[in-house]
Design a protein around this ligand. Structure first.
Ligand SMILES: [Zn+2]
Length: 306
């Protein structure tokens, strides 16, 4: 089996390939990642490329990484795994969508890039946004979308020319930025699709979060699927480079069930089994909690002249 070709990456902010310091070495050999295994539904958990930090701007990225064509294939076949947490994600993202109302009057046209099964589009509809559009590479996820939003979702990878320029008031990307091979190209296109004064809302892992710092290389954010790892300062700079004004950024609070949080916790399997049984028996497993679990939000605005 031929190995997957790895290619050097550049800092999305500085556009330089060099001038970066290794933070974590890759924890696999490229020859172990044959094309068949890499294009399977999901690579094994816990493997990651070499992670470097740009010496100039501090942005973290994977370097080198597999060629882009391989990445696209990976997401097209990926399984949709939000499952039981969908209701909580709706509440989480809906709360940040509501925060846009202080910057924009009225709910207009909204696009979500990487919309999965469209659960957030349903939420946006409930909050008065219309018309709605979504883009999602996973065919299976789109097939699982509710009828009220399925027709609004284009199956495929987000790229130039899918929509009319200046046709949206809000564009959202939730847990998508980390996965983009060319985030500047995506932000440029988002800028072209927004009307002047339109808003960008993103939520993603926070490389500066306490959890990420404590866990280091063992943090789930250090993952082969993540091409870049952002913090509020680096993503704000990237957005400004693409012609946006960063309006607000900070730790985002997610709503989770106790059951889900417990599953993420670093406990032994037998302890997990015992406590899971207890949570289930007492009906506490569905108890919702708002916690800052290592994500941050960013709200940015397209310039009025653009
Ligand atoms: Zn840089």
């Amino acid at each position: 089996m031929p190995g997957v070709e790895l290619a050097a990456t550049r800092c999305a902010i500085c556009e330089a390939k060099g001038g970066a310091t290794t933070v974590y070495e890759a924890n696999f050999r490229p020859e172990d990642l044959d094309a068949a295994r890499f294009s399977a539904r999901r690579p094994p958990d816990g493997i990651h490329y070499r992670i470097v930090r740009c010496d100039t701007c501090g942005l973290l990225r994977s370097d080198p990484i597999a060629e882009v064509a391989g990445l696209d294939a990976l997401y097209t076949e990926s399984e949709f795994t939000y499952g039981a947490e969908t209701a909580n994600l709706k509440r989480t993202y809906g709360r940040y969508l509501r925060a846009l109302e202080q910057y924009q009057s009225g709910q207009g046209a909204l696009l979500e890039i990487g919309c999965g099964n469209g659960f957030f589009l349903e939420q946006a509809l409930a909050q008065g946004y219309s018309p709605l559009a979504g883009v999602e590479p996973s065919r299976r996820a789109v097939e699982a979308a509710a009828e009220s939003v399925r027709e609004n979702i284009k199956v495929g990878v987000f790229q130039q020319g899918l929509f009319e320029p200046r046709s949206f008031d809000v564009v959202c990307l939730f847990q998508v930025m980390d996965h983009l091979a060319d985030p500047v190209a995506v932000l440029d296109e988002v800028g072209a699709l927004l009307r002047p004064g339109g808003l960008l809302l993103t939520i993603q892992h926070n490389a500066d979060a306490v959890s990420a710092r404590l866990l280091g290389e063992r943090s789930p954010i250090v993952d082969i699927e993540h091409t870049y790892l952002y913090a509020p300062a680096t993503l704000s700079r990237l957005c400004e480079k693409a012609g946006f004004a960063a309006l607000n950024a900070g730790a985002s609070w997610n709503r989770y069930s106790l059951r889900y949080l417990f599953r993420l916790a670093p406990f032994t399997a037998s302890l997990k089994r015992g406590v899971s049984g207890l949570l289930h028996a007492t009906g506490m497993e569905k108890l919702p909690l708002w916690v800052p679990l290592g994500n941050f939000f960013l709200i940015a605005q397209k310039g009025s002249q653009g």
